[in-house]
Ligand binder design. Structure first.
Ligand SMILES: Cc1ncc(COP(=O)(O)O)c(C=O)c1O
Length: 400
């Protein structure tokens, strides 16, 4: 049929071949998915995995990345969300109901705590905080439904007592959700992390960090090994209209191939920085799970190895330094850029005031202002030089 230009522009002349072998999988972009006929329409099962019925429920592109992430993390099923925080919220909204109790590590990713506090206000969900390195502080009641774990925790990087916390949660029939962004599925297997084959029920991963690796794409995932939990999440994901862009998925898929190499390199560079930072007189504490003096180190040692310890290290400045001093230090850095997030090629720095960040009293943390370094892919010697130069902005060094 000869078509008018207006129609011809919409109906492409060439159909994609059934199979063509390429290094990266083909990219599907879809809101509408076309049914072959009314039989296919009436027989669709959108609640099943891999049933293609509408863009929000998934395409071969999103399922391919999901399968990859599930495999890397040791799980079976994966759902993608537009950001790590959105994946966290999916878990909270799926499993928490009015009157429930949820347990959160004191060093949990801050916006997760904020989301839970919001649920507490609106639905009477009780938010209880525990010390991740002391499983005794986790004292669930009969109302407890979910415990959030993070290994290592945000900013202060304490590695939790995963073994005892998960054992205790299982004994009380409480769901376990681990923010697995730091480990990225590479530092340890969250679905089999002890001699007793302990496993969390689900992991959340900010794919924004190491899987993306570019500092330019936001995405998150929820992985489980339990089909029933997955189906609950799947339905909530569908009715909330959570979906991701096929283009973003393809970019992350492309970066995944190099993730392990990048992660290992960043882990090693970070260890080099850790050893140097520990010798500098300006810091009262250097925080990194692989460091024997850091809280939670022994828990880290139980399930991780040196080569896989991510690219984050925090320092607490001696209390005599003022906020103005630390701001001058951060502003003087040239290679480390001031910004949130991590896992990309560019090293980042962020300053925090711990005073406003923790609910419990922590004897293992010194007083002082904290700076977190996120190690990128630059040469560690240049990064050390950058910090060394910026430290000269501090009063003690000016008098040298
Ligand atoms: C540990 C952790 N979990 C989750 C998130 C949220 O990820 P996103 O930035 O993709 O929302 C972040 C972001 O910084 C994070 O550090």
């Amino acid at each position: 049929m000869k078509k008018n230009a207006q129609t011809a522009l919409i109906h492409a002349p060439r159909k994609a071949p059934q199979y063509i072998s390429t290094v990266q999988p083909p990219l599907f972009r879809a809101s509408t998915i076309i049914f072959e006929n009314t039989d296919a329409l009436f027989n669709r099962h959108w609640t099943d995995d891999y049933d293609y019925s509408y863009g929000t429920h998934g395409t071969p592109t999103t399922f391919t990345l999901g399968d990859n992430i599930a495999q890397i993390e040791g799980g079976e099923y994966c759902l993608l969300a537009p950001s790590g925080l959105s994946a966290i919220n999916l878990v909270n909204s799926c499993f928490l109901a009015q009157g429930d109790e949820v347990w959160v590590a004191d060093n949990i990713y801050g916006p997760n705590m904020e989301h839970l506090r919001n649920l507490q206000t609106r639905y009477g969900i009780s938010v209880r905080v525990y010390n991740p390195i002391d499983a005794e502080t986790f004292q669930p009641t009969d109302r407890a439904k979910l415990i959030w774990l993070e290994a290592a925790g945000s900013v202060t990087l304490e590695f939790p007592d995963l073994i005892n916390l998960v054992k205790k949660a299982k004994a009380h029939n409480i769901l376990t959700a681990l923010d697995n962004t730091w480990g990225a599925g590479l530092a340890f297997n969250a679905f089999d992390f002890s001699d007793e084959h302990l496993a969390v029920d689900m992991t959340v991963h900010a794919l924004t960090k190491y899987p993306s690796g570019g500092g330019d794409i936001l995405m998150g995932s929820v992985v489980t090994r339990d089909q029933k939990l997955h189906h609950q999440l799947f339905r909530m994901h569908a009715i909330q209209g959570i979906s991701v862009s096929g283009d973003d998925v393809a970019q992350i898929q492309r970066s995944l191939a190099s993730m392990q190499v990048r992660y290992q390199h960043q882990s090693e560079s970070c260890l080099t920085l850790l050893h140097w930072l520990k010798q500098q007189p300006e810091f009262v504490q250097v925080l990194h799970p692989a460091d024997a003096e850091s809280a939670g180190h022994l828990h880290w040692k139980e399930i991780c190895t040196d080569a896989q310890s991510a690219g984050l290290v925090s320092v607490i400045f001696k209390p005599e330094y003022t906020l103005a001093d630390i701001r001058r230090f951060c502003d003087a850095l040239e290679l480390f850029k001031l910004g949130f997030s991590w896992g990309g090629p560019l090293s980042l720095v962020m300053l925090y005031n711990l005073k406003d960040m923790r609910v419990l009293e922590h004897t293992h943390l010194q007083q002082g202002l904290l700076v977190r370094f996120c190690i990128g892919l630059e040469h560690p010697a240049d990064l050390i030089q950058d910090i060394e130069n910026a430290l000269k902005q501090l009063p003690a060094r000016q008098h040298e």
